[in-house]
Write a protein that binds this ligand. Structure first.
Ligand code: NAD
Length: 471
């Protein structure tokens, strides 16, 4: 059997690496139109950071796992074709700002059809709107020259979370396979199931009809994001009333119907999926005339925006209503710990909010590159204080500077804010940091990971989300 995956991104790369690692009898080829990405997958510097990924890739690469730009050849030879291309939010035209842009998906489907001379199972790995399979089937069927070629479409949405992708792929809560209720649909489900059964217990492999599987992925992300927005909305209420959101979370999380996970108040959710998928759900509800349902889910995104804005306003208010010219250290830029991914990270909105009030920002993140920050904050004249490759120091040209460690970022700062829950921020020498900062020195904990009592004892003024304010 030969498995081919179109799209070597955050999902295609790790999922296929895991399949190849666990199924030495199956040849797995990941193809992408982005030659630089493929070159990186074939090098020692993988294109994405994910704990444990290096070991899995290195164990299977060049054994039964291959990365290639030769999409046509491999797709033509494949028995199962996973499609794991990006499905971003549309930026223009009908549905702009909400609907999923399926340009890449349709392009991939047309390519599959045009090169296929044998029947194939085509698997939706990307997150797509419900009923996408119906459209894709038409594209496949009408663009394949050989009428004897049969395409069976399955939905196999990916539930991995960045930062824990390898763990999630090795021991998933469940694998979901959706297919048609026809004989060929059920046969295809069994073929894909047999792949996953190499390492996943059969009872964890759920089968559903196509539309239910497609909708389950959107619903799962919407409900995860809703939980974050729910606790974040309560964090605002805690600050207004003197309650403590961590105590509230602990008190409600022990109720087995609620459960303790995903109840950490934070500066907001980010990542490439939650917002995009909720907006997609909102758009689908609107197009089928469910206005109230659309509004309900839209509020999850509104609360997330509100939380980011509220955090910035709190910072400004705490620093005597003016941050113009003040230095603020930003610890963490990735949307969560253990990833270098900054797509839709709340740090972008927080930094832009601080920049709008003319603050000077010092950023440190252990895995995010200067170039990413440059791009995310649209800094045209971005210059770095630390020595460039040539060894010369660049002059400071604007209000943002990146640093290679937290201590340098905090030097002379009026305040520091934690925007990503990296473990290393918990164990920094805060006595040293306090001594190096301008007084009064403020801490704004956007993830509630620091020891606030200790920080206060060192002299910091502490603002933590959903916590009683310092007198
Ligand atoms: P990504 O942008 O990292 O990767 C997508 C890749 O597809 C890119 O490298 C791009 O060059 C490639 N591509 C696009 N069109 C192509 C074509 N015609 N031929 C070959 N390659 C092509 O995206 P991602 O984060 O891996 O997400 C992929 C899908 O999985 C999305 O639908 C996303 O919603 C979903 N998803 C993402 C996550 C996550 O945590 N990132 C989790 C679950 C599901």
């Amino acid at each position: 059997m030969k498995i081919v995956c179109i799209g070597a991104g955050y999902v295609g790369g790790p999922t296929m690496a895991m399949i190849a690692y666990k199924c030495p009898d199956i040849q797995v080829v990941v193809v992408d139109i982005n030659a630089a990405r493929i070159a990186a997958w074939n090098s020692d510097e993988l294109p994405i950071y994910e704990p444990g990924l290096d070991d899995v890739v290195k164990a299977a690469r060049d054994r039964n796992l291959f990365f290639s730009t030769d999409t046509h050849k491999h797709v033509a030879e494949g028995d199962i074709i996973f499609v794991s291309v990006n499905t971003p939010t549309k930026t223009r035209g009908v549905g702009a700002g909400k609907a999923a842009d399926l340009t890449y998906w349709e392009g991939a489907a047309r390519m599959i059809a045009s090169v296929s001379t044998s029947s194939k199972i085509v698997v939706e790995k990307s997150t797509v709107p419900v009923k996408t399979a119906e459209a894709i089937e038409k594209v496949l069927r009408r663009n394949c020259a050989d009428p004897n070629v049969h395409f069976e479409i399955l939905s196999n949405p990916e539930f991995l979370a960045e930062g824990t992708a390898i763990e999630d792929l090795e021991k998933p809560d469940r694998v979901l396979i959706g297919g048609k209720e026809t004989e060929s649909g059920q046969q295809a489900i069994q073929v894909l199931k047999s792949v996953y059964e190499h390492w996943i217990p059969a009872e964890r492999i759920l089968c559903a009809n196509l539309w239910s599987a497609e909708l389950s992925k959107l619903t799962a992300n919407a409900m995860l994001a809703q939980r974050i927005s729910s606790i974040n909305s309560i964090s605002a209420l805690c600050e207004a009333t003197g309650a403590d959101v961590q105590q509230v979370a602990r008190c409600i999380g022990t109720d087995s119907r609620i459960g303790p996970k995903f109840l950490n108040a934070s500066v907001g959710f980010g990542g490439s999926c939650f917002q995009k998928d909720i907006l997609n759900l909102v758009y689908i509800c609107e197009t089928v005339g469910l206005k109230q349902v659309a509004e309900y889910w839209h509020s999850v995104v509104h609360i997330n925006d509100y939380q980011k804005q509220r955090f910035v306003e709190r910072m400004i208010e705490a620093m005597f209503n003016t941050i113009s010219g003040k230095k603020i250290a930003v610890l963490g830029f990735a949307f969560k710990k253990d990833t270098g991914d900054t797509r839709e990270t709340p740090a972008i909105d927080v930094c832009k909010g601080l920049m709008a009030d003319n603050a000077r920002i010092n950023i440190y993140d252990p895995k995010v590159t200067e170039a990413q920050i440059h791009n995310d904050l649209s800094l045209d004249k971005f210059m770095w204080d630390h020595p460039s490759a040539s060894g010369t120091k660049s002059p400071r040209q604007n209000s943002v500077t990146c640093f290679k460690d937290a201590y340098s970022a905090c030097q002379d700062a009026h305040g520091l804010c934690v925007l990503t829950e990296w473990d290393e921020f918990k164990t920094l020498d805060y006595e040293r940091i306090y001594a190096s900062m301008t007084k009064p020195a403020f801490v704004f904990d956007g993830r509630n990971i620091l020891d606030h009592t200790r920080l206060r004892s060192l002299g910091f003024v502490v603002y933590a989300l959903g916590k009683p304010l310092d007198p």
